[in-house]
Every structure is written in C-alpha cells, then in structure tokens.
Design a protein around this ligand. Structure first.
Ligand code: 5GP
Ligand code: MG
Ligand code: MG
Length: 176
C-alpha cells in the first residue's frame, strides 16, 4: 500500500490483534474483578484498541479519555502538552491507562507522573504495542499486547502524519 511518500507493509494482521486483545481482556477482567476500575484512554492513537479491549472486559468499570501531544511525525519529542486532562475523579480509584504504543517511554512516564498527582489507589498501563529497544526511560508496563522491533508502525488507531488510523491491520511504514 502506497501512502504519500511511503510504503505500508503488512505487519500484524487483524486476526492476530483480536486474538491478543481477547487474552489481555481476560487477564484484566480477572485482575480487576470487584475493583470497578477507571480506564483512561490516551487519545488519539488508543481509541480503537480501547474500544475493542474494554468491550471484552466484562466487569463494571468507567471509561474516560485524555489527550496530550508529544510526537512530531516520526520523531518523539519527549515533552507532552496536556490538551484534554485528568480531573479528581482519579482520587482513590484503580486506574488503568490505555495506550497505543510505548516507544521511548517518555510520553507514558510523563503521563503517569501527572496522573499520580491526583492520588489514584493503583495505577497500571495496558499498551497494544511496545518497542523495548527504543526505551529511554524505565517504565513499568503491566499489560503489553506485542513487543515489536524499533520500526514505525501504522494502522489500528496509529497514524502516519494523520493517515491510516482506520486501517484494520498494523503496517510498518517503509521508504519506497
Ligand atoms: P514515546 O514517548 O514512548 O516515544 O512515544 C509515544 C507516542 O509516540 C505514542 O503514543 C504514539 O502516539 C507515538 N509513536 C511512537 N512510536 C510510534 C509508531 O511506531 N507509530 C506511530 N504511528 N506512532 C508512534
Ligand atoms: Mg499514544
Ligand atoms: Mg501519531
């Protein structure tokens, strides 16, 4: 698939994504049974993952959204700006952040630090993707869908300069 000046090569097919989400949702449902967790989805990238994941977590929970900006095209800037933020609903709640991908880890660790100011009872992260070799900051991520190599990916919520979020599979963005 050719997009702007790049090629999108199939990387994780939708069936494999859905299979993994089904496993993750069972694990989370078990861990949070009776805790009425608060799921906080990090926009924009995690919206599709979150929608599929939480519909399979069959326990009473709450879901909300936050939005930060940090990423310029294909380079992490490491600084986050809050656009749509947390509020004190977080106080004494069992919070699960839902993220699309952890790359350097800078974004998620800043978000976790910011969230901890609102004193949740517990805080964990579920991310669909993680690039362990790109990590610049040590972060505790309890639930990881797929560990991937250090390549730029798109689809299933993730974009390349705004494009491709709606794709059902995940692709690697490559030079032509
Ligand atoms: P980090 O701060 O961990 O380096 O970057 C986290 C954010 O950068 C992610 O939430 C995501 O929005 C973006 N990002 C990192 N790697 C990729 C990637 O391979 N593809 C896409 N589309 N976005 C990425
Ligand atoms: Mg993200
Ligand atoms: Mg992006």
């Amino acid at each position: 698939m050719l997009v702007k000046d790049k090629n999108f090569n199939l990387f994780i097919p939708q069936a494999k994504i859905q299979q993994r989400i089904s496993e993750l949702s069972k694990q989370i449902a078990r861990d949070y049974q009776d805790l009425n967790p608060l799921f906080i989805t990090i926009l924009n990238g995690a919206f599709i993952f979150a929608a599929d994941l939480i519909r399979q977590i069959d326990i009473v929970s709450e879901i909300t959204f936050v939005k930060f900006t940090s990423y310029e095209s294909m380079q992490s800037t490491g600084k986050v700006d809050q656009i749509l933020g947390f509020d004190d609903d977080v106080f004494q709640r069992h919070v699960v952040l839902i993220e699309d991908i952890v790359d350097t880890g800078l974004t998620i660790s800043e978000i976790m630090q910011e969230l901890k100011r609102f004193r949740p009872e517990s805080l964990e992260v579920v991310t669909l993707l993680m690039k362990p070799s790109a990590l610049k900051k040590e972060v505790q991520i309890k639930y990881v869908g797929f560990e991937i190599e250090n390549k730029f990916v798109v689809g299933y919520g993730l974009d390349y300069d705004g494009y491709g979020r709606n794709l059902q599979d995940i692709y690697v963005v490559e030079e032509i």
